[in-house]
Write a protein that binds this ligand. Structure first.
Ligand code: HEC
Ligand code: HEC
Ligand SMILES: [Cu+2]
Length: 403
């Protein structure tokens, strides 16, 4: 059996139907013979035992040989199938699956992390299985693969998705109260789509490109990024701020949005920011549409605090979303939605207390979850002592943004 050609689904299904088929034939054959004998040799028909057969060598050889061949056949196909499941085809893509109470995350070769397993179709994928806490089991029913995920042990499985689509992934080893929530999917997409997805830039890379364009077009000679005054207004906190501009000699107040930015870059003389000289050159015809869009996007993105974006990624990577929803629904833990500033009933050293969820409280709830317990919830949150200070801050900023 060549695992390059035969998928895990075909391998397992073949062995299953082979053994099932033999079992069915045996069941029917034995039951039929038994019923026939019961009737044929019923005492009423044969009041006196007549047979005195003591042995029949050919018969004994037949009933030993046939079952032996059948059972060895089951063994052969079972073993060949097992090898096919354990021998990962050459050129398989490697992904690390991390299981924890109660979520899965996937880490790809380039460092990208996701909560669904993205794979190209017809590509063998080797999944290395890692547990951060207890025993889990990684199970993709559609591909007939299931393997325990054991803390401290290296384990793996492989599969190849034959068609584009979404295939369930379960945890198949009871691992605590929210075990049933350890569900995610394999997202099998075309190779082209996968390449795009895996290369999708992180926020930092996008920001770097935006800055590179600003420098390429010479904008940074007159505009600063960090708030220092220059010939032109600073780009710091540009998007969304209000500015007083002179339009045809008349003063008006505008809010910086995409349309305004476009006008400011292509026709700087149309609106001149108050307090500045009208010396900005027009970039009409000098910036390709594509670059212009990217610059505007850069300004838009720069308006969102970077920590918020990083925080959203972190709560997925660290597995917080396995226990906390961001949409207000109750999971194992309270929802993150509207948490900041909420009144929280706590059990602290056995006594109840009502406090407001401020930054200090969030920090403690993440670093030392056992210190204060939110009333009505089990004490199952792990302590995240290894989060760096920046990571913690990014998570807190993100939580604050979930109003
Ligand atoms: C020669 C200096 C100079 C260069 C080069 C320059 N600008 Fe300007 N820019 C200015 C000045 C001065 C103003 C304020 C007067 C005005 O509105 O025209 C301004 C205004 C702006 C504004 C409006 C800002 C606000 O606060 O409302 C935007 C946006 C802007 N520039 C973007 C750019 C971009 C993008 C580039 C590069 C593609 C660029 N500028 C290149 C001098 C410059
Ligand atoms: C294993 C499930 C689990 C995981 C994983 C988990 N938590 Fe929790 N968390 C809980 C439970 C249960 C509570 C409520 C009981 C308590 O206070 O410990 C809670 C409480 C909290 C609270 C206080 C909530 C409130 O309403 O006052 C915060 C904040 C919090 N978690 C943040 C996090 C962050 C951030 C992460 C990821 C770094 C995380 N949690 C991971 C289960 C979890
Ligand atoms: Cu599990």
């Amino acid at each position: 059996m060549n695992p390059q050609v035969i998928s895990t689904t075909e391998t397992v299904d073949f062995v299953f139907f082979y053994i099932f088929g033999i079992s069915a034939v045996m069941l029917i054959g034995i039951a039929a013979a038994m019923i026939y004998f019961v009737i044929r040799y019923h005492r009423k028909r044969n009041p006196h035992p007549t047979s005195d057969v003591s042995s029949n060598i050919p018969l004994e050889v037949v009933w030993t040989l046939i079952p032996t061949i059948l059972v060895m056949g089951m063994f052969y196909y079972g073993w060949a199938g097992y090898l096919a499941l354990r021998n990962v085809p050459e050129g398989a893509m490697e992904v690390k699956a991390t299981g924890r109470m109660w979520s899965w995350t996937f880490t790809y070769a380039n460092g990208k992390v996701s909560d669904k397993l993205f794979v190209p179709v017809d590509q063998p994928v080797r999944v290395d299985l890692v547990s951060e806490d207890v025993l889990h089991s990684f199970f993709i029913p559609a591909f007939r693969v299931k393997r325990d995920v054991v803390p401290g042990m290296e384990n793996y499985l492989w599969f190849s998705a034959p068609k584009e689509g979404s295939y369930d992934i379960f945890c198949a080893e009871y691992c605590g109260v929210a075990h049933a929530d350890m569900i995610t999917t394999v997202e099998a997409v075309s190779r082209h789509e996968f390449e795009e997805w895996i290369r999708e830039e992180t926020a930092t890379e996008e920001a770097e490109e935006g800055r590179a364009l600003l420098s390429q077009y010479g904008c940074l000679g007159c505009h600063s990024l960090d708030g220092t005054p220059g010939v032109g207004p600073t780009f710091k906190d540009l998007f969304g701020r209000s500015a007083t501009v002179l339009t045809e000699g008349r003063e008006r107040t505008i809010t910086v949005d995409a349309a305004y930015l476009k006008r400011a870059i292509l026709h700087p003389a149309a609106d001149v920011v108050k307090g500045f000289q009208p010396i900005m050159p027009s970039y009409q015809g000098r910036i390709p549409e594509h670059d212009l869009e990217e610059i505007i996007e850069y300004f838009e993105k720069a308006a969102e605090p970077g920590d918020k974006k990083a925080g959203a990624g972190l709560v997925m990577e660290k597995g917080c979303t396995g226990c906390h929803s961001t949409d207000g629904s109750r999971r194992v833990g309270p929802s993150f939605l509207g948490l900041f500033g909420r009144q929280v009933s706590l059990v602290r050293e056995g006594k109840e207390a009502l406090i407001e969820a401020d930054e200090e409280y969030l920090r403690r709830a993440i670093r030392q979850p056992a210190a204060d317990l939110v009333k009505g919830y089990p004490p199952v949150m792990p302590a995240y002592a290894d989060l760096s200070e920046e990571e913690l801050q990014a998570i807190i900023d993100y939580l604050k943004s979930l109003r």
